[in-house]
Design a protein around this ligand. Structure first.
Ligand code: FUL
Length: 474
């Protein structure tokens, strides 16, 4: 007995050491802005790479292509949106201008746009059509505006920064509210053989002023970070939403790719990861890739390793030369949407009872907060500074093979390590262990059957605060 008491005290002592008192550490933790919080809930959206490359079969256009090559025969942005919705995406981002400099809208600051093409007699505007289709379909809308421009005569001179600000301003003021602005890291030579020194500081100010509700994506934010690969994956268990950017730049001067993938545990800024990947090998449409479209199962694997690891997923689907999404891609996307709805659509724990250990240092926590689908309500698992396990009891024996946890990221990202056990034959049996949680963590395992689940936080940066628990069978 004495031995037991001793072990118990050492155990409590250890927990006290690894989980600092709330208040002690909390003020130092970076937290998301309300705009970033909203962005986290957007979770999954489509990327559309569309432009002259679609018709010339290139990935990086030279900027010298005649405007007339852009000639979609049956552009249908509504179809793009319908496909996005079937896939379960909540928004879309389009390449308003890729590296070839061609503008999909009639920009007043370029002579290389849809206006100079014969498409719709030079009166077309892809961004107008897509932004309106998004509004009709309840999807969020975002733009990619490549800083690198292989066409613009001013590229490589200080005046190009004015051109970029002007085109950015057109996009940010002409097409309604944007949820994301995408800055690519590629920076090659322009038509005069020179590279550009970008005034990103100025671009950031323009974005913040004109679209305060948009998150800006780049290697180093300022709204969210590139996840360090173009495979759409968080490659290990760990994904911190924080990053240190001091001394780093966009593009070649960016943080190491594995740092971008994992984030920095003690990073100074809230800069969550966005995973980008294409449904085909290329970013633009190439007919010879029609039989290389990823399958619904491959896409779901990517989903679990991006969204399921607390990142956002931007999945590229290149419209074809007609200006529609090819049937191969739309079929695969509908398949993904079906899998996500079937496997992750129903929380088997929605009626479960949550037991939290009684504590005498604060008002009792409400376990129901973990099952209410509300990002603003949650539970502090260590109100007295020591984390205690949480037990979830189902009304009946339940079979399941996946659990999703969400952390109360509004209060910062705190959990470093946790384990999940089930009650089996009168004992607790561990079924999964993992590191970070963040915006969400989906863990899958061979199907188990039990009435009780226990979740124990093994290490945390501060009092761990959970937001939601969901249980699935697939
Ligand atoms: C890269 C670009 O160079 C590719 O063409 C594509 O746009 C991808 C999303 O980002 O850096």
């Amino acid at each position: 007995m004495r031995h037991f008491a001793c072990t118990f005290l050492i155990f409590i002592g250890l927990l006290q050491k690894i989980i600092p008192q709330p208040g002690e550490v909390n003020p130092a933790l970076p937290t998301p802005s309300p705009v970033q919080l909203n962005w986290h809930e957007t979770e999954f959206y489509l990327f559309f790479h569309f432009g002259p490359n679609t018709f010339t079969n290139l990935e990086w256009g030279h900027g010298t292509e005649p405007e007339d090559v852009f000639r979609p025969t049956a552009l249908d942005c509504n179809q793009w949106c319908e496909v996005a919705k079937l896939a379960g995406a909540r928004g879309v981002v389009i390449t308003a201008k890729h590296h070839d400099g061609f503008c999909l809208w009639p920009s007043a600051y370029s002579a290389h746009t849809v206006r100079e093409s014969k498409w719709r007699d030079g009166r077309g505007d892809v961004l107008r059509e897509l932004s309106e289709a998004c509004r009709r379909n309840g999807l969020k809308f975002g733009v990619y505006l490549s800083p690198w421009d292989r066409n613009h005569p001013k590229y490589g001179t200080p005046e190009y920064n004015d051109v970029y600000v002007n085109t950015l301003t057109e996009l940010l003021t002409g097409y309604g509210q944007l949820f994301e602005i995408w800055w690519d890291g590629a920076n090659g030579e322009g038509p005069n053989g020179k590279k550009q020194v970008y005034d990103f500081h100025r671009f950031e100010k323009v974005a913040a002023k004109l679209q305060p509700n948009a998150v800006v994506f780049s290697d180093i934010g300022p709204g969210c970070r590139w996840a360090g690969n173009e495979r759409g994956l968080i490659e290990t268990e760990t994904n911190w939403c924080m990053l240190d950017t001091a001394g780093f730049q966009r593009g070649n001067g960016g943080p190491p790719t594995d740092t971008l993938n994992r984030g920095n545990e003690n990073g100074a800024l809230w800069l969550p990861a966005e995973c980008d990947v294409s449904i085909r090998p290329g970013w633009f449409y190439h007919p010879e890739e029609d039989d290389k479209v990823k399958s619904p199962d491959q896409l779901f694997h990517i989903y679990l390793n991006s969204v399921g690891k607390g990142a956002n997923l931007i999945l590229n689907v290149p419209p074809d030369r007609t200006g529609r999404i090819h049937a191969r891609d739309s079929t695969a996307l509908a398949g993904l949407g079906k899998i996500v709805r079937e496997r992750l659509g129903q929380n088997l724990a929605s009626d479960a009872r949550i037991h939290l250990s009684a504590n005498h240092c604060s008002a009792p926590e409400n376990g129901k907060n973990l099952l209410d689908n509300d990002v603003n309500s949650g539970v502090n698992l260590a109100p007295c500074g020591v984390a205690t396990p949480l037990i979830m009891a189902f009304g009946k024996t339940t079979r399941f093979s996946a659990i999703m946890l969400k952390e109360m990221i509004r209060e910062g990202q705190r959990i470093k390590k946790f384990k999940i056990e089930i009650r089996k034959n009168g004992r607790w049996r561990e079924i999964a262990q993992s590191t970070t949680v963040g915006a969400r963590k989906i863990l899958t395992f061979p199907e188990v059957k039990t009435r009780k689940v226990r979740i124990t936080i093994l290490d945390a940066k501060a009092a761990p605060m959970l937001n939601e628990i969901r249980v699935f069978r697939f």
